[in-house]
Design a protein around this ligand. Structure first.
Ligand SMILES: [Fe+2]
Length: 141
């Protein structure tokens, strides 16, 4: 019973995170367009740090609990994305250390990296995972 309740929360959590990352990516894309990205990049990188450190681990724990068949494939994609995000964050920290608030070029690359992530993983693998978890629910039709 407890697992079922947790599962319902996890599906909602995945769906909400998909909406959240799409909205934030669009906000940063708009900031790049209007050349205001130096003010938005810090927020986005902080969000992505929390996302890779917490959200992806939640997905992985639910994949393990419910014996998701594509666990290792899915987890490997998470690790690759986390490594890319860490590299972007390190670049940003160097830029900050040099006295600048941000970088147009780094913001553009961050937007492109997240759009690729949305297309290659979130809109495919995460949606498959959410569908799998929905089917695991006893009440799912
Ligand atoms: Fe995922």
């Amino acid at each position: 019973m407890q697992l079922t309740e947790d599962l319902a929360v996890s599906i909602t959590f995945i769906d909400e995170k998909i909406e959240d990352i799409i909205m934030r990516t669009d906000n940063l894309r708009q900031a790049v367009k209007w050349r205001l990205c130096r003010y938005a990049i810090e927020n986005m990188l902080s969000f992505l740090e929390e996302y890779t450190g917490s959200h992806l681990q939640k997905e992985e724990s639910h994949m393990r609990i419910y014996d998701y068949p594509q666990y290792f494939f899915h987890k490997e994609k998470h690790e690759q994305f986390a490594a890319r995000m860490l590299a972007l964050k390190e670049e940003w920290l160097k830029i900050r250390t040099s006295g600048s608030k941000g970088s147009y070029e780094l913001s553009v690359r961050t937007v492109q990296t997240v759009i690729d992530w949305l297309n290659d993983h979130v809109m495919q693998d995460d949606i498959k995972l959410a569908d799998f978890l929905r089917k695991k629910r006893p009440s799912a039709g």
